[in-house]
Design a protein around this ligand. Structure first.
Ligand SMILES: [Zn+2]
Length: 113
């Protein structure tokens, strides 16, 4: 989504410049150009101020409140609830080894954007 946001901002900025340079003294075109440039800036600003959940925080949450989180975690292979010792954090990634069906896999992150 990062690229889309910047692409949108670039398109808005380009249109704004076109209106500004092609305004030929017409106030309406000048105003449209300014509005488009402001919109382009707003898109970048909104995107940059958007908090991003990193893998680090995900791992921390599981470390700190493992019991709470694991109550809602289920094996994606057999659906059995996962015990606390079925989950391991290795090299910043979360690995699950299901005690019920024996499946082991890396837990996928849920992108928030
Ligand atoms: Zn399982």
């Amino acid at each position: 989504m990062k690229i889309v946001s910047y692409l949108l901002a670039a398109i808005l900025a380009a249109l704004g410049l076109i209106f500004l340079t092609g305004s030929q003294g017409q106030l309406v075109r000048l105003a449209i150009g300014v509005v488009l440039l402001i919109a382009a800036g707003a898109v970048i600003y909104l995107f940059r101020s958007k908090p991003q959940v990193t893998q680090h925080t995900v791992v921390q949450q599981i470390d700190l409140s493992g019991d709470v989180n694991l109550e809602t975690m289920k094996c994606k292979v057999c659906g059995a609830p996962l015990a606390k010792d079925s989950v391991e954090v290795k090299a910043g990634a979360i690995f699950v080894a299901c005690a019920h069906c024996g499946a082991s896999y890396q837990l996928e992150e849920q992108p928030t954007w």
